[in-house]
Design a protein around this ligand. Structure first.
Ligand code: GLN
Length: 230
């Protein structure tokens, strides 16, 4: 009935690609979504008085899902770019990231983007890392749906390097990548993450208001500390 419909419309449907720890991921044997973005979007929903439902989808399916109305918001470590701004509206930035190069520990010749010329680079489809890899002269770029596959390609020696958001690479090196891989070079570019919503939707303003409140009341800092320490 009408009452159920009203309640239903209050659910904030957030799309995410959950192989991006520590921003969004699933613990082994768990269907729950966890991570910095997950905590933050749930806190934002709570602040807005809306339940949050997380939907698992491919990274390259997120913006189409906003435009088709299948989800209300993207919470997926999505960098705010000029290109994406043509298709969606972003909230205020909530985290500043950047790209890094990951290689196997036994790799001694790759130290910067320049050294990737003519090499094979493994990246996630539709990401800024994929764009960066495509800009390297002569590089062979292999794209995958999940970052699990991206890293597997490196460690199976079917790629020379991975280009991925630095905090995600750094986290991987403390987990599955431990003792296997390393980060080389400086962080490339500053990439602010934003929550994406339908173009010109008033939801962006509501999210910004909630985010501002969470920054004021210490909740944002609490979530930040939980995932990144200081
Ligand atoms: N921040 C990168 C981008 O927006 C990667 C995001 C991701 O893989 N979840 O393209």
């Amino acid at each position: 009935g009408g009452k159920d419909a009203a309640k239903e419309s209050k659910v904030l449907r957030a799309g995410t690609e959950p192989t991006f720890a520590p921003f969004e991921f699933q613990e082994k044997d768990s269907k729950d979504f966890t991570g910095f973005d997950m905590d933050l979007i749930r806190a934002i929903g709570k602040q807005m008085g809306r339940d949050v439902e997380i939907k698992n989808m491919g990274f390259d399916a997120l913006i189409p899902a906003i435009n088709s109305g299948n989800i209300d918001v993207v919470a997926s470590g999505m960098s705010i770019t000029e290109e994406r701004k043509k298709a969606v509206t972003f909230s205020d930035p909530y985290y500043t990231s950047g790209l890094a190069i990951i290689v196997r520990n036994d790799e001694n010749n790759i130290k910067s983007l320049k050294d990737l010329e003519g090499k094979t680079i493994s990246v996630q489809i539709g990401t800024t890392g994929a764009d960066k890899a495509a800009s390297v002269p002569g590089a062979k770029v292999k794209t995958f749906n999940t970052n699990a596959e991206v890293f597997l390609e490196l460690n199976n020696k079917n790629a020379d390097a991975v280009i991925i958001d630095r905090p995600v690479g750094a986290y991987f090196l403390t987990k599955e990548g431990k003792g296997q891989d390393k980060i080389v070079g400086e962080t490339m570019d500053a990439e602010p993450y934003g929550f994406a919503v339908k173009k010109d939707s008033k939801l962006a303003g509501e999210i910004n208001k909630a985010l501002g409140e969470l920054k004021k009341n210490g909740e944002y800092d609490k979530i930040y500390k939980k995932w990144f320490g200081e």
